[in-house]
Design a protein around this ligand. Structure first.
Ligand code: BG6
Length: 482
């Protein structure tokens, strides 16, 4: 069922439509939405890219993409999905291509008898963002028809620049053409069920929230360990590294959700403001912090990947310790650790509560801390560990856990669920799951000094054997540094 506020005539124009991003993320998500009947009745996708294709070739391409998602789907559903697709061959630089695009849009508007909403999705490298945005302005494609009908919006993917300065330049440029309410900056982690659940768990319950902070919590660990390597993204990854690929965005967003103050409402603006406010309190790392509280490593064999420099010093694993100046969080270290080729997937948040003093615990027994684990992979679950008395006459204790299992993740296609939500939210105009300009600036403020310090070799680059987790033990040493 399409919700009424979503059932608005919409044209989605994908720049870079024949690239990887559209193939892996956008098209499969659209297909799932189509199958579930959640796309607007009047909805058209226009692929824009350099290939000298027409609609037919693009539809064949789309058919191939969805073939692995289409088992058990009837031909009529597939055909009606493909009919939604059209193609505009063109160069991002060329005025003529945008004029043609405008004509295509005008034809559709005339056919539907409305001024359709236009969503421009930039599935291209960030260096093209400003160029495309300028062309959209010059060709009047970015002009909305009116305040209530025929809106225009732009969706951009991470990475948002490669440092604070470049991110600001992109943002300033986009801000000359679109207002903040029209810009949708994607971080798919915000659309993950378990992460959305953090806000519900914290603010819709009265379990821990009143003490949430340094009264109750000893440390927080955010861990995203991936089994996969960098696959075909050698040159992108070599230029980016794990810290900028996932640290600058996914990790810091998780940090924000875990530590932000209570929002007054669930309004997008309010939540984005609270996220930005807490990010502002993440302390900018000093040179000393970089030396003592960051660690980096590269997996063996990374330098042999096509596109990676033979002498590359790019990290494929990192561990960093962040602290916040917010009064609630003073003294609570937040460890963020992530990387590629690290064996079985382990994506989780571990919150360790303070040891109870005095603890009425059996003498000489185990240290009685409690932990809460919010796990994204391999399962989606929340665990609360606690100590319980073993049955019988003695006062021995044993560790137990309360579990909420959302689901076993096996079989879920990467990105699809998150992109389904985000695409619908772009259409509905809900920016909760998208980053604000301020959040981006704050995230780079934290990351830049670390990247710089590593460039200066303040921290040696360690290495690890792919598919092993030994490096985690070595990195753990930074927890002992003050
Ligand atoms: C992307 C990174 O943003 O997130 C990838 O560019 C990473 O390198 C991916 O693999 C992880 O996402 P997920 O949803 O599989 O945890």
């Amino acid at each position: 069922m399409v919700e009424p506020q979503q059932n608005v005539p919409t044209i989605l124009c994908i720049f870079g439509a024949t690239g990887d991003l559209a193939r892996v993320k956008v098209v499969p998500a659209l297909f799932h939405l189509h199958r579930k009947g959640q796309l607007p009745d009047m909805f058209r996708v226009i692929g824009f890219s350099r290939r000298p294709w027409g609609d037919a070739e693009f539809r064949t391409h789309v058919r191939e993409i969805i073939s692995m998602h289409a088992s058990g789907v009837d031909t009529a559903t597939i055909d009606s999905f493909l009919e939604r697709f059209g193609f505009q061959s063109g160069d991002f630089d060329e005025d003529k291509s945008y004029m043609e695009l405008k004509r295509t849009f005008d034809r559709l508007d005339a056919k539907w008898g409305v001024c359709a909403n236009k969503l421009f999705y930039l599935a291209v490298a960030p260096e093209f963002y400003t160029k495309i945005a300028t062309q959209l302005k010059n060709s009047h494609l970015s002009d909305p028809c009116g305040p209530y009908e025929g809106w225009t919006r732009i969706a951009v993917e991470k990475p948002f620049g490669h440092d604070a300065l470049s991110a600001r330049a992109i943002d300033d440029h986009l801000a000359m053409i679109f207002n903040e309410g029209q810009i949708y900056r994607i971080d798919h982690y915000l659309a993950k069920e378990m992460l959305q659940n953090i806000l519900t768990f914290r603010f819709a319950n009265n379990l821990f929230e009143s003490e949430w902070g340094n009264q109750l919590i000893e440390k927080i660990e955010i861990r995203l360990l991936e089994p996969l390597g960098v696959e075909k993204r050698g040159s992108f990854y070599d230029a980016t590294g794990t810290l900028r690929d996932v640290g600058q965005n996914h990790f810091l967003q998780i940090l924000a959700l875990l530590t932000m103050d209570q929002p007054r409402s669930l309004e997008a603006d309010e939540i984005r403001t609270k996220r930005a406010e807490i990010l502002k309190t993440v302390k900018t790392p000093t040179t000393d912090d970089v030396k003592k509280h960051t660690f980096r490593a590269q997996y063996k064999g990374f330098r042999d990947i096509p596109g990676v420099a033979p002498q590359s010093n790019t990290e494929t694993y990192f561990k960093v310790r962040a602290t916040l100046s917010h009064r609630r969080w003073k003294g609570v270290p937040i460890y963020m650790e992530g990387g590629k080729r690290l064996g079985d997937a382990e994506k989780e948040i571990v919150i360790t509560f303070k040891h109870r003093e005095p603890c009425v615990c059996p003498e000489g027994g185990a240290h009685h801390t409690n932990r809460m684990i919010i796990r994204l992979e391999p399962k989606e679950e929340i665990l609360i560990e606690f100590w319980s008395k073993t049955p019988g006459r003695t006062f021995k204790t044993e560790k137990r856990a309360l579990q909420f299992l959302l689901r076993e993740r096996s079989g879920a296609a990467q990105y699809t669920e998150e992109y389904e939500k985000m695409l619908l939210d772009c259409i509905r105009g809900d920016q909760t799951l998208f980053l604000s300009s301020e959040e981006i600036a704050q995230m780079w403020r934290y990351i830049d000094p670390i990247v710089l310090g590593w460039k200066k070799n303040l921290v040696p680059l360690d290495s690890y054997v792919p598919n092993t987790k030994d490096i985690l033990q070595i990195a753990a040493q930074l927890e002992t540094n003050n």
